[in-house]
Design a binder for this molecule. Sequence first.
Ligand SMILES: *[C@@H]1O[C@H](CO)[C@@H](O)[C@H](O)[C@H]1NC(C)=O
Ligand SMILES: *[C@@H]1O[C@H](CO)[C@@H](O)[C@H](O)[C@H]1NC(C)=O
Ligand SMILES: *[C@@H]1O[C@H](CO)[C@@H](O)[C@H](O)[C@H]1NC(C)=O
Ligand SMILES: *[C@@H]1O[C@H](CO)[C@@H](O)[C@H](O)[C@H]1NC(C)=O
Ligand SMILES: *[C@@H]1O[C@H](CO)[C@@H](O)[C@H](O)[C@H]1NC(C)=O
Length: 440
Amino acid sequence: MLLSVIIVLTLLSYTCGDNPAIQMILTNKGLQYGKQTSVGWIQGKLGSLTVPDIHGGVDIGIGTVYYTLTGITVTKCDFPEPSVEFAPEVTGFRTSISGINLALTGQWFNQFGIIHDSGSFQAAIISVDVTSVLELGRDPDGHLSVDSASCDAHVGNVDVEFYGGASFIFQPFVDHFRGRIRAEIEMKICPAVKESILNLEYHLQAMNVSFDINQVLTLALPLTDSPLMDASSLKLCLKGEFYSINNPVEPPFEAQRFTMTEQSAYMLSVGLSEYSLNTASYGYYSAGFLQVLINDSMIPHISPVRLNTSYMGQFIPQLPKMFPGLLMTLQVYATEAPMFSLHPDAVKLCSQVAVKAFAIQPNGTQTPLFKLSVDSKFSGKMWIASGRLKGSMTMDNLTLTLASSEVGMFETDALQNMARTGMKFVVLTKLNDKLGKGII
Ligand SMILES: *[C@@H]1O[C@H](CO)[C@@H](O)[C@H](O)[C@H]1NC(C)=O
Ligand SMILES: *[C@@H]1O[C@H](CO)[C@@H](O)[C@H](O)[C@H]1NC(C)=O
Ligand SMILES: *[C@@H]1O[C@H](CO)[C@@H](O)[C@H](O)[C@H]1NC(C)=O
Ligand SMILES: *[C@@H]1O[C@H](CO)[C@@H](O)[C@H](O)[C@H]1NC(C)=O
Ligand SMILES: *[C@@H]1O[C@H](CO)[C@@H](O)[C@H](O)[C@H]1NC(C)=O
């Protein structure tokens, strides 16, 4: 069954301290899906339940009959569907099961003075009800923590039949055994429930709160707050900050507060804020990934644009006169991390890039020619398809200015037009191809 998840890019309200950049809301629909998957697991556990031996003695007036019930195994188990609901009063889940029925078999031994006797028995445990309340919290490292808030177990009735030996002598004590077995089982249920909760807690504590997304970025996902709950949903606030794995520095901007509304049609909603996207961008930037060297051999042969000083003469007339017939290289790098901003209908992206142009001398020396600043603005959309976050980008504007020049001043309008065309038809076409295949 496919989990139905929505990722919403959320809008900001106002700045504040240690704010979460990712929020997750689990709805009742999601909770019920989780229940279905756990039922099978619990049934498996019950099947392998071992019931400890029961020992005791009954005073029959002329002495005491000592007995042992041993080798008790579960032969049949009816496990009705439990109910699971949010328990906002403790920020947790309340699970109730009523009407579990079990069939058991085992051996009995008894001793009265020097007389020993033994045989087998069958027991039915009827109408077992268990209610467990699990409480959620957050530990200082930001792990989700679980604890047992309360547990109640009630066994409705127990029937025992003894076979073999002089079991007719034994039968009068059945009422006594009934009570004993009932009490024994009742006493064992809640400790077993608490033990599985403790086991879950142990696994949660051992979980990492950071995950490597790829070879460049890691995503920190500790809880920033205790889980929040109302009658119909559970909300988790997560740090949601990306870091460069090799150069994990804090970005020069802070997370802003954002609110996300419950999407009850979905099992799980995940809200990403601008901050989360921008830390990813800053992570790539600080890892040194946002730079590229472009040379003529990387430009397709069919392209009319060539990276050589003769071709560039049409934009910079003095260039072929100063450096005739030389190939060029362009060093393109982000001068700042590209920044995302989220709007109701689109994701906006601003990038500032510098382009340094060099002429390659016949002896291989690269002679600096000029440096351009390119500011571009893009709009994009993101969506989820086939379980992946996908997107598309369009260019809103691109302005190109001359930042410095070793070859004198020149007009940049024609170059800007060429850059706009190149961005639209070459860069964005390739990028959209990638984004269309999925980002994460
Ligand atoms: C936790 O992270 C460490 C280091 O990144 C990794 O070696 C380890 O396998 C991770 N543990 C789990 C349970 O994912
Ligand atoms: C252009 O760059 C590519 C990749 O960096 C390199 O393989 C190639 O040799 C370069 N070509 C020239 C003419 O410098
Ligand atoms: C530079 O480009 C022009 C076309 O604009 C071409 O004729 C010339 O051969 C190129 N020069 C080099 C060195 O590749
Ligand atoms: C390479 O050639 C250029 C131009 O002819 C010259 O200025 C430079 O000194 C030369 N560099 C070396 C290392 O030979
Ligand atoms: C592009 O940006 C420049 C400078 O910021 C501005 O003057 C121009 O109006 C913008 N063009 C469009 C189409 O938005």
